[in-house]
Design a binder for this molecule. Structure first.
Ligand code: SAM
Length: 305
């Protein structure tokens, strides 16, 4: 399919795990390993690379970019947790939330934990990172990933985020939430989207049920009393799971507003939510993705104010 071809042609992105190494050391190691480093990219065109050539990304400083299909699964840097194999777009939420070192943070739908480990790196392992997921099997994968990545500030619970009590003393200092809930996955360019018209109705019903779950999670996240910022993301291209969910949430929570994100990012949320970011194979050379950052109005004591 066309999507399959696009997927095969996307650059390979690698996030440097700053809990274990630095970008400079990772670059040096890769050069000694026979890769050719071309410096920092300055345009999206610079991300089209020949085999065994690599650059530092132009938007995200901890991300290195390689030619399509470069495989790091058996590489020392991956096995030692120095690099994380993560699409560039999925590195946006933690960077945009950017919780300070020492802060209390919730990762609401965390497994398998790529964004959790990214948050921990940004927090320099200091503070508290509460991670929830419903799926025990995915949580055990996550434990392995976090151990390899050297993450130590996490507290993992096999719990439905919607049942986590925002008024519990445990979460009284939580100021930041990352919400990356289950979605259709329609942005993953390796997944085929060849639904026949008979399946279209089914797909529409599925999207509606996902969107209502996503909105419930968002509304729940905004109930934590000291919350300052919440980042919402999906790997979906559907407006129903992205702009429409965020717009409904903002209508229901007038104490919150959208933060304008990365002026230099080439693809925006659909009108009027242009503060948000979208990502795609054609416009950002990544999988399809959506990110919104919600912030409490200063002076707004409660979301109902
Ligand atoms: N953030 C993860 C990462 O970057 O590695 C990926 C998260 S994945 C898109 C969504 C996750 O939400 C799944 O692991 C799923 O089990 C979990 N999930 C679904 N419903 C949930 C709920 N009500 N509470 C907590 N987790 C839930």
């Amino acid at each position: 399919s066309v999507q399959q071809q696009q997927g095969d042609q996307l650059p390979r992105y690698v996030r440097v795990n700053t809990l274990k190494t630095t970008v400079e050391d990772a670059v040096d190691y890769l050069k000694r390993d026979g890769f050719t480093y071309l410096g920092q990219a300055s345009s999206l065109g610079d991300l089209s690379l020949a085999e065994r050539h690599f650059v530092r990304d132009l938007h995200l400083t901890d991300v290195l970019v390689f030619s399509p299909k470069t495989d790091f699964h058996d590489h020392f840097l991956y096995k030692a947790g120095h690099i994380i194999l993560q699409d560039k777009a999925s590195c946006l939420p933690a960077v945009l939330l950017s919780p300070p070192s020492g802060s209390h943070v919730i990762d609401a739908c965390a497994a398998p934990g790529n964004k959790t480990s990214h948050l921990a790196a940004i927090m320099q392992n200091k503070g508290k990172l509460f991670a929830f997921d419903l799926d025990a099997k995915r949580l055990s994968t996550m434990s392995t990933l976090l151990l390899r990545a050297g993450v130590t500030c996490q507290q993992i619970s096999n719990q439905d985020f919607l049942t986590v009590d925002p008024d519990s003393p445990t979460y009284k200092d939580v100021e930041y939430i990352l919400l990356d809930p289950s979605c259709s996955g329609s942005g993953m360019v390796c997944l085929r989207d060849d639904a026949s018209s008979a399946d279209k109705e089914k797909q529409e019903a599925r999207l509606q049920s996902l969107a209502s779950f996503q909105l419930r999670c968002l509304n729940h996240g905004l109930r934590f009393p000291r919350l300052r910022r919440l980042v919402y993301s999906t790997c979906s291209v559907h407006t129903q799971e992205n702009e429409e969910v965020v717009a409904a949430c903002l209508r229901q929570n007038p104490g919150f507003r959208l933060v304008p994100l990365l002026a230099q990012w080439p693809e925006r949320g659909l009108e009027p939510l242009t503060q948000c970011l979208r990502a795609s194979a054609t416009k950002t050379r990544t999988h399809g993705f959506f990110v919104a950052l919600l912030e409490k109005h200063s002076g707004a004591g409660s979301p109902n104010q």
